[in-house]
Design a protein around this ligand. Sequence first.
Ligand code: GRF
Length: 193
Amino acid sequence: MSVEFRVVVLISGRGSNLEQLILKAVDYKVVGIVSNKAEAGGLRYAKVHDIPAFVIERSQFESLSDQKRAILQKVLELKPDLVALAGFMQIIDPEFIDALSGRVINIHPSLLPKFPGLNTHSRALQASESRHGCTVHFVDKGIDTGKIIAQAEVAVLEDDTEETLAARVLEQEHQLYPKIVNQLARGEICLSK
Ligand code: GRF
């Protein structure tokens, strides 16, 4: 009997990484999706693939901390072996990290430690970088500061715009993230930080 490696994915928007995580799951299963935005386009993949999805929005709660507590509670109910952030645009609180010690990962569209935070593609162009890319990393209590698991690079071309560069990086994200989650599920990468 094979043991199921349960992955919960948190999203806020388009969900293209979520879709790839679902389509390329070999040694894990996406068992739940949590969105902090009802309008997140990625929620459609929950329907298509028959995966339970939960919208937990700030507006449903009196305070931000109540909403964040509800997200954590839902994630814990889903009993994840791994939580994968995929375009989840909300700051992760220390309580979340403590409750899920070493089991939260993220994909970030830059070669960390370069360009943590937002607008990574325009900042890479602005800085005249010759290489750019994406990073899968453990999530710790900082912003985009957790231990790096893997990166994929692209060359920055002379005529690149923010859009063309973002599209090339996204292609890499779609390969790298499921590959790493499959490796984590197989125990080829150690889960604890
Ligand atoms: C991706 O570029 C990811 O690296 C970043 O947010 C974006 C999410 O895109 N964290 P999508 O929602 O997965 O399409």
